[in-house]
Design a protein around this ligand. Structure first.
Ligand code: PBG
Length: 344
């Protein structure tokens, strides 16, 4: 028998089709087994999504645990290669370095010293695992006596005089071998200034990952112990963003892109998933999200009390950040998560 013509076929099918609701539709059909769930999974987390933050300090054979961040340490440079090799073996491709200087001063001189602790760490890591991506945090707060992210005059963080110091710091990191520089200070114009400084110094191939939408967040609490960077007076609300603002974050991102950022960032991550989604929908650049110290410490504390299942909570948190739209996740959970993803 010759088949009915197409038009007729469509008409009969349409007439027979049940409305797309229960009981013909059953959402649970594709949730029945792990194999089915895996086939329709929309977001997948990989160790190469992670950037692992590390705190480096002067001295030798020193690995000091940060009390508010169980499982995180201040590392002396000589102990870094072993940690980095372990991390790389788990499939993590990048680290983010923070430095604890030998001495602090008003202008944060060690930040842009070729013999500074971060510069030493970059060289040591590059020798140990040359293809690991070394990202450096470009900021002054760890290096200044007052603990602010810029030059302070009359109790106010001065924007334009700070730019010069940030440029010196970024160039010094690039000279030591950093693959990406990441300014976290929130001064206006710093991405453009750093781009120009890198280009003039022969580092036109060094990308900038801008902490674009960085909020003045209470979730940085444990980090300030880790990096000894708490402001000695006042707070950072005159340069970091006000938590209630979303549209302002879009402007920050837009400006950083215009100034030459290669990767933009939202920070913190979990309390700002809407901002991550907003940036993803509006812009096409790679997007990083920083799952910050306080987000980490809350999970660790609850897990220590056996109030939550750490493994499941961590993977759920990181998956949510990715689902919201982040391509890269800076997280202290990186090693554990990479291990769990490999089912070890
Ligand atoms: C430096 C800097 C901070 C963090 C990253 N870079 C602290 C701050 O701005 O006070 C926070 C990271 C974290 O909490 O994990 N400006």
């Amino acid at each position: 028998m010759c088949p009915v013509n197409a038009e007729e076929l469509i008409r009969t099918r349409a007439a027979q089709a049940a409305p797309a609701i229960f009981p013909s539709v059953r959402m649970r059909r594709l949730r029945r087994t792990e194999a089915l769930r895996e086939m329709v999974r929309e977001t997948d987390l990989r160790p190469s999504d992670f950037i692992y933050p590390l705190f480096v300090t002067h001295g030798k054979q020193s690995k000091k645990e940060i009390s508010a961040m169980p499982g995180q340490y201040q590392w002396s440079v000589d102990l870094l290669p072993a940690e980095i090799e372990e991390m790389a073996a788990l499939g993590i491709r990048a680290v983010l370095l923070f430095g604890l200087p030998a001495t602090k001063d008003e202008f944060g001189a060690e930040a842009y010293d070729s013999g500074g602790v971060v510069q030493q760490a970059i060289r040591a890591i590059k020798r140990a695992v040359p293809d690991l991506v070394v990202v450096t945090d470009v900021c002054l707060c760890e290096y200044t006596t007052h603990g602010h992210c810029g030059v302070v005059r009359e109790g106010y963080v001065q924007n334009d005089p700070t730019l010069e110091l940030l440029c010196r710091e970024a160039v010094s990191h690039a000279e030591a071998g950093a693959d990406i520089v990441a300014p976290s200070d929130m001064m206006d114009g710093r991405v453009g200034a750093i781009r120009a400084a890198l280009d003039e110094s022969g580092f036109s191939n060094t990308p900038i990952m801008a902490y674009s939408a960085k909020y003045a967040s209470a979730f940085y609490g444990p980090f300030r112990e880790a990096a000894q960077s708490a402001p000695q007076f006042g707070d950072r609300r005159a340069y970091q963003m006000d938590p209630p603002n979303f549209r302002e974050a879009m402007r920050e991102v837009e400006l950083d892109i215009a100034e030459g950022a290669d990767i933009v960032m939202v920070k913190p991550a979990l309390p700002y998933l809407d901002v991550i989604r907003g940036v993803r929908e509006r812009y096409d650049l790679p997007l990083a999200a920083y799952n910050v110290s306080g987000e980490y410490s809350m999970v660790k504390a609850a897990a220590e009390k056996n109030w939550i299942d750490e493994r499941r909570v961590v993977l759920e948190v990181l998956t949510s950040i990715k689902r919201a739209g982040a391509d890269l996740i800076i997280t202290y959970h990186a090693k554990d998560a990479a291990c769990w993803l490999a089912r070890c």
